[in-house]
Design a protein. Structure first.
Length: 223
């Protein structure tokens, strides 16, 4: 079918026919599971699915049915970044959507975080994946991996120690995929130039909290 829908920044576009693609996607979705919530924001006590988790949930079902995903990026107006998500089938048929995002800042870390955030949601929307429902998993009798904790309420920010803030920072840096140079630059922006060995508990708190916000709360503005 011809793509006769109105032109627009975020419209969905397709090849002239998509019958074979739809048939293949239907088969792939029949065996796809939900995306595991594999990351935690320790300050907000919430779990969420990373881009890697979404890919883990759909990669094999897509590949087994002759489907592939491409997510190139390009610059838009006023500092926006356009993420294209193309779902292609071995028949040559394809579907493509676009998402315009506005990074909250223009430094490389913020731009990278915005792109990753947008890719995650665009991919999940294109192939029809949602995060696993923890309550549903428990209701079906599946054993959930849990962290052994006491019956005490979660610690407040003031109750955490310097070692805990270091561990939080390390975890968030791994999730961001930043190298030492990127981490150092981000740290200097947040707390100024200071050697790691000389950082105080308060400086570690500020650094760790900023990293957590970078991972989950640096949400790009969407059209």
């Amino acid at each position: 079918m011809e793509d006769t829908r109105p032109q627009g920044e975020n419209r969905l576009r397709t090849s002239p026919t998509i019958a074979e693609l739809v048939k293949a996607l239907s088969k792939a979705q029949g065996v796809m599971g939900g995306a595991k919530k594999d990351a935690t924001n320790v300050f907000y006590h919430s779990n969420y699915s990373t881009l890697a988790a979404v890919w883990d949930a759909c990669r094999k079902p897509l590949s087994d049915n002759g489907l592939a995903i491409f997510q190139p990026t390009r610059h838009g107006e006023n500092g926006k970044i356009i993420i294209e998500t193309l779902l292609a089938h071995s028949s040559g048929e394809w579907i493509m959507g676009e998402l315009d995002i506005q990074p909250v800042k223009t430094d490389p870390q913020s731009i990278g975080s915005a792109i990753t955030y947008a890719r995650r949601y665009a991919l999940a929307a294109m192939v029809g994946i949602a995060p696993e429902d923890d309550d549903a998993e428990g209701g079906m009798g599946r054993v959930k991996e849990q962290t052994r904790t006491s019956n005490l309420e979660p610690k407040t920010m003031g109750e955490l120690g310097i070692t805990e803030f270091k561990n939080i920072a390390s975890t968030q840096l791994k999730q961001l995929g930043w190298d030492q140079a990127q981490a150092k630059k981000f740290r200097e922006v947040k707390i100024g130039y200071v050697n790691l060995a000389d950082m105080t508990k308060e400086q570690w708190r500020i650094f760790a909290e900023a990293l957590c916000k970078e991972v989950e709360n640096a949400v790009p503005k969407q059209n």
